[in-house]
Design a protein around this ligand. Structure first.
Ligand code: GLA
Length: 489
């Protein structure tokens, strides 16, 4: 009886208050992930929480004329699910799929795995990799869950035929949603989209490229697929045996188990596991800049670490992620890089002028250059942006310094990156809504003498400073990007 009382109240009055159990997620191999919604309705307002093995957080919604509308509080503009009570059940439309949630007993919960204390802190030795920012491609930005063996092979082919590989893009990185289930010994197997990971790695390697993969220190990845929690050593060994060269390790559901002051120890566990495999594997930390990762990233064997939330293919997101690099600039250097997230160039929601600025900024910031578009089908403009070798040379400059912003007005900002052999790269961005004449002042470049040679890296022309300055008119959201100094061009 107690159980019945605790169940969702429904029927008369159409109240959504209560606990509801169902599944809104089916993984690639048909495995369903239990979701529990705990809702409280007050008038037309609904508040509550949502729990899965990989996610627990608040949700909010409305109940107007008996119709339920659920949103995530971090994005109230976008609908999570809509639905109605039918009899005792909650019928929801979630991601265009019709789902049934049943009233759940109060005691029903998502099983939490046992707590595993992270190891005591120690320093993981530097693996000698990523002396310059890693370059390659990653599946997430465009393909998300729609990624499989055949597509990765086609991308690898296109990396060669398009010239991307020869321009320096070497890593072909599979992001989330490749994971299947564990076998009786706990070995993680890929799902049906990736029938033979070793064969795929062999194929990618045969093209002169390297293969990257993705996991999480939590029990679930951000896409709710199995993570490496409690299997770190085993998974590192599996990745090494497959021939994996790069691991992106994404915090996700680890946040339900560990606190932010345990981040370092949790990442160290995988850093040590990778080191013990003896295989050179680039270690990419993805925890959105939590806990000042830039200060301890190298100590856990990290070669790069995300410093921001996920990038979106829009100007405000791109420029916002760049701005958030300022505080971390002193921590970038050969072997360890701040990562403002993958490139959106060629994905279609920014103009080519904005994509030029995106490429320029990431290069000034010594950021990893991981293309996030469909390499198989690139416009000439996208190719020209991604494969601008003079801009790539700024990113890959062996000194490994990250640019700092040296000037800013409401309509423009100037970034300066010192280069090896005494030169600099300088970028002035037009933030205004129309064309604008932008000026680089030689005195701001901190060069030992007057600029001996200067080159515009987008027009590929040498330019001349007159009376200590160079000016050019640039379209809205465009950049004037110069290399100046003894070794320019
Ligand atoms: C997080 C990461 C993304 C991507 C997804 C995959 O959101 O920040 O880059 O890896 O997870 O689920």
């Amino acid at each position: 009886m107690a159980t019945l009382l605790a169940m969702a109240s429904c029927g008369a009055g159409q109240s959504y208050t209560g606990k509801w159990a169902g599944s809104q997620k089916t993984l690639a191999d048909g495995e369903v992930d239990l979701t529990i919604l705990q809702l409280t309705q007050s008038g037309d307002h609904v508040t509550g929480t949502m729990k899965t093995l990989g996610f627990r957080g608040p949700i909010m919604g409305t109940a107007t004329n008996g119709h339920l509308h659920l949103m995530a509080p971090w994005n109230p503009q976008s609908t999570l699910a809509t639905g109605e009570l039918t009899g005792k059940d909650l019928h929801l439309v979630w991601d265009h799929r019709s789902l049934v949630f049943k009233p759940a007993p109060a005691a029903e919960d998502i099983p939490m795995p046992a707590y595993i204390p992270p190891p005591p802190l120690k320093k993981v030795p530097y693996n000698g990799l990523a002396k310059t920012p890693p370059m390659g491609w990653n599946s997430w930005n465009l393909f998300a869950e729609k990624i499989d063996d055949a597509t990765v092979r086609q991308i690898a082919d296109a990396m060669v035929t398009s010239g991307m590989r020869d321009a320096g893009y070497i890593y072909v990185n599979i992001d989330d949603t490749w994971e299947g289930t564990r076998d009786a010994q706990g070995n993680l197997r890929p799902n049906h989209k990736f029938p033979d990971m070793k064969a795929l790695a062999d194929y990618v390697h045969s093209k002169g490229l390297k293969l990257g993969i993705y996991s999480s220190p939590g029990p679930r990845t951000c896409g709710d697929y199995p993570g490496s929690y409690g299997h770190e050593k085993q998974d590192a060994e599996t990745f090494a045996a497959w021939g994996i060269d790069y691991l992106k390790y994404d915090w996700c559901s680890a946040g339900n188990i560990y606190k932010n002051d345990q981040l370092q120890a949790v990442y160290q566990k995988m850093g040590e596991a990778l080191e013990q495999t003896g295989r050179p594997i680039v270690f990419s930390l993805c925890e959105y800049g939590l806990g000042h990762v830039e200060k301890w990233g190298p100590d856990v064997g990290g070669n790069l670490w995300r410093t921001t939330d996920d990038i979106r293919d829009e100007w405000a997101s791109m420029i916002g992620n760049a701005h958030r690099q300022m505080a971390t600039a002193p921590y970038a250097g050969p072997g360890h890089w701040n990562d403002p997230d993958m490139l959106e160039i060629g994905n279609g929601h920014m103009t080519d002028v904005e994509y030029q600025t995106h490429m320029s900024l990431w290069s000034l910031l010594a950021a990893p250059l991981l293309a996030g578009n469909d390499i198989r089908h690139m416009s000439q403009a996208t190719k020209d942006i991604l494969m601008n070798r003079e801009v790539i040379a700024i990113d890959q400059d062996p000194l490994g310094k990250q640019a700092t912003r040296i000037a800013q007005t409401a309509e423009s900002e100037t970034w300066l990156k010192p280069l090896a052999h005494g030169g600099v790269a300088v970028g002035v961005i037009n933030l205004s809504d129309g064309p604008k004449t932008l000026t680089v002042e030689a005195a701001d470049l901190k060069l030992p003498g007057p600029p001996t040679r200067a080159r515009n890296l987008w027009t590929h022309r040498d330019v001349t400073f007159t009376h200590g300055a160079y000016s050019e008119t640039v379209p809205s959201h465009g950049i004037l990007l110069l290399r100046v100094g003894p070794h320019a061009g």
